[in-house]
Each structure stands twice: as C-alpha cells, then as structure tokens.
Design a protein around this ligand. Sequence first.
Ligand code: SF4
Ligand code: SF4
Length: 438
Amino acid sequence: MNAIIDKIRAAGIVGAGGAGFPTHVKLAAQAEIFIVNGAECEPLLRVDQQLMALHAAELIRGVRYGMQATGAREGIIALKAKYKPAIAALEPRLPPDMRIHILKDVYPAGDEVITIWMATGRRVPPAKLPLDVGVVVSNVQTLLNVVRAVEREWPVTLRTLTITGAVQRPVTVTVPIGTSYRDALALSGGPTGPGISIVEGGPMMGHLVHDLDTPVTKTTGALIALPDDNIVVRRHRRTMADDLRVAIGCEQCNLCTELCPRHLMGHELPPHLIVRSLGYRHVATPSTLLAALTCSECAICEFWACPVDISPMRINAALKAEMRAQGLRYEGELRPLDPMAEFRLVPSLRLIARLGISAYNVPAPLQSEVYRPNQVRIPLRQHIGQPAQAVVAEGDEVARGDLVGDIAEGVLGARVHASIAGRVTGVTPEHVTIAAPT
Ligand code: SF4
Ligand code: SF4
C-alpha cells in the first residue's frame, strides 16, 4: 500500500477535477467506498466521458489501486446514462467488488457531496469531508495518472482538456502541462470571430481568462469561447461593487435557498439570509454568515435560481475568503434531507438553454496525437498547499519527466516535472520555462 502512495507522490499527482488536492495525501486515508466521479456535469465539457471509453481497462485498474491504498471494499464508477461508449467499455470489465452507478443528468451531479448521496445514499455533513462518511472520491484523469505512476513510474506531464464554444472546430486535446492557452486554443482553429471571450474550467464554476499566455496546468479542464454578450461572460465581468449594488434589490423570494444543492442535502446554508444580511445586519447571526463557508460555489443560485440577477454565490465567495483569512470555521449539524431534493436539482439540458449555449452543446472529439509546443511555462503551484521549489537552473538540459520542482517531506504539496524535453530558459518562484530544441 505504501508503495502505491510513494509512487503517486513521486509522480506529482493532484486531483485533476479542479481543486488540485495532492493525491498521495488523499489516498493515504482509510475508507469503505472508493468512488470515481465521472459525472462531468459542467456544460460542454467532453473530457472524462471520452477518457473513460478509451481507457476503460486502465480506469478499472486505477480504481483497484485506489481501493488497495484506502482499504475500500467497494468501488463505484459514477457516470451518466448518456455516456454510452464509456458504459459499454466499462461494464464487461467490472470485477465483483466494483459497480457502475448511473447518475441523473442534472447539475451539479459532480459536486462530490451530491455524487456520494446519489451513489451511496450517504450524506456528508456541512464542513465535513467525504471521509467522514467513509468515502473517498477521485476524478477520472487523476486515476489514469495513478495507473501510469504505479505501473510505469510516469510523472504527470500531460493534461487532456476540451476546447469548445465559439471556436472553428470543438476538440478535446492532450497537451504538455505549461502549454499556453493561446497555443491550446489554436488547436481548435481559434475563435470564430471578434468579440469573443474565453472561460477556463466550465460555464458555471469557471473563470474568465484575462491572459492567453496563462499556462495549462494539471487541473485545467476546458477552454470555452463565448460571445461577449453571452450571460456567462457578462456575469463573469461583473465586479464585487456591481454584485453588492444588485444584491440590495433582493426580493427575499427564497428561491436561491430552495434550489441550493447543499441546502437540499440538509446543510444549513441559507443564501437568501446571507444576501439579506448585507442590508439588514440584525439578521446576520454568526451561524448564518459562517454557513457561507459550506457553499460549493456551484452557481445554481446565480445562474438558475435568482429572478433579479443577484449572485449569492459571489457574495458567499467573498465572505469565505474573509472568514478563512480570520481562521473562522463553521460547525453546524446535518439536518434532514429536503424531501424535494431529488426533484430540485437542475436538468442539464435546461441549464444549457438558460445559459444561452445550446448551439455549442456539440461533440468535441478526442484527438489521439499529443500536441508538441515550442515552449512550456510550468507553474510550481498547481495544487493545494505549498508551491514546489525549483530544482533546476537556467541553462539546464532536461528530459521529459525530469523533476523540476520538489516538495519537502511532510509538506502539503506536489512535485512538478518537465513536460517536454529541452533547455530551461527561465526559473522564477512561480514558474519553470523550458524551450524545445529547435
Ligand atoms: S453557489 Fe449558491 S446554490 Fe451553490 S452551494 Fe453556494 S449558495 Fe448554494
Ligand atoms: S433568489 Fe435572488 S431575490 Fe430571491 S432571495 Fe435569493 S438573492 Fe434574493
């Protein structure tokens, strides 16, 4: 078991689903159930569903390694019925202690609190971890990296991501980590015209891209091109001052709370009260405000629930940053499940229509060839915890897979490796830049 963890640590594997938590730390815990989160519920993303179909046998071996490391007795691959090629490839290969769980095609089925509830019936209490209910959840690409690390001692040097939206050819590509967004976008033929912005991640939980020289990391899931007048782009362009001005118009309709997935699970989190507390401080009990710490930032309250264009999510995010800086914690109990929970999660197709992106809900075929950039700029922090410390200097020659950033024993973080062969042309506390031979 320690051999698996050691190889995962050496390979610099982190959660590829977005948070970037170091996998060697996560899999060192003991659990009863090991879940692969194959929901991929952010609209337009096409990564995990294609990787599961293409690498089914490898994924099942990854679940086995995850179960061995955590001592789990059951493995569950949670995915949606519409991922038919993945189901067809996985089902015949499943051993008796693993099963597929078909998730409803709703958003946010991939929020691990929701995934666990749907796949096992267990509910994670607010501010607690999946481990508190005996579960470890891992992402598809993370587990494929685990297999390559355990069986071949390959470090993480590549990332598969979808490039879609208002681009010439929606595609899913594999690129060396550190490839610029600009180079990655070019693989789709680029935006279809002027007046288009790029969102990294997904329409619901992603971020607007301000610099196309930003490098792809171990957690970059997608680049989505959208017209500047699309609601997703307009919302992302709003400032906190804009958000607060709009929030004063809250009607207290309560829809944000009624439709909040965490609230439906039995968490206290009441976004309507948090918004009201901006104007009426006497309603802001410490527990109400601290409950913002349990917000998943799924953005249902912003993009789906609120009839007057308020974003409780962004207010929660600002509060979370402030409260975390003060070292505050939320300590509320798990409440009864909302009897309407099953019916209030949002159907994916209706959400896509609401976001005005139905025209972009198209395949993004996975390209088999790995892109070869002329240069990569590899971030030394692509994960939760401390940044890696560079162990190379300008002028060094490196091979693909060589260690370029290390973490000290016992420090939360992840190692970083050269994603291409070439000469190191720059080292800063944030990045290592490598140029390919000409
Ligand atoms: S973003 Fe909104 S809907 Fe989602 S968990 Fe937070 S408060 Fe609830
Ligand atoms: S949905 Fe909008 S208007 Fe209604 S309570 Fe929530 S923030 Fe206020």
